[in-house]
Design a protein around this ligand. Structure first.
Ligand SMILES: [Zn+2]
Length: 156
């Protein structure tokens, strides 16, 4: 930036300009149509342009839907663990086993969500119906555990 020298037309820039000679493409910054560009700079916003590899639109919907319950449960379980540990340390009794079970489930679910986030490539490579059935199963298990938690709290 600020240099007045001519842009260096390396091999990649030449290929970029050759492709833009007969293709419509929007500037990634301002959306200006870069067709028939002669320099690798957007005429509208002056953004320098480079030849790059893009990814086909990645569909993240089922991945995020599958991830959400675990992230929520993990965080909720961490908060729930505070009174459980506190009660145990103070020796004021133990919470019902159902609460302990739900908390362990929540922590395991949070851990699984972190694992899934790290293995997202494995998930995103699967066919959409498979992604959907995994996401639905994740929600199903969490809805059952949530109902179980509500009944446990109700009878506490
Ligand atoms: Zn631009």
């Amino acid at each position: 930036m600020g240099e007045t020298s001519q842009p260096v037309h390396d091999a990649d820039t030449a290929k970029l300009l050759a492709w833009l000679a007969d293709h419509d493409a929007p500037c990634p910054l301002c959306g200006y149509n870069l067709r028939a560009l002669t320099r690798a700079v957007c005429p509208e916003c002056k953004q320098e342009l480079v030849l790059t590899v893009g990814a086909k639109r990645v569909r993240l919907a089922w991945f995020l839907i599958a991830l959400a319950p675990g992230m929520f449960s993990g965080i909720a379980a961490l908060f729930l663990a505070v009174p459980i540990v506190g009660q145990t340390l103070l020796g004021t009794g133990y919470p019902p086993w159902g609460i302990l079970l739900v908390d362990v489930f929540g922590l395991a679910s949070g851990g699984t969500a972190i694992l899934l986030a790290r293995r997202r490539v494995w998930f995103l490579r699967m066919q959409m119906p498979r992604q959907r059935s995994i996401a639905m199963s994740v929600w199903g298990v969490h809805v059952v555990m949530f109902i179980f938690l509500l009944t446990t709290v109700f009878f506490w």
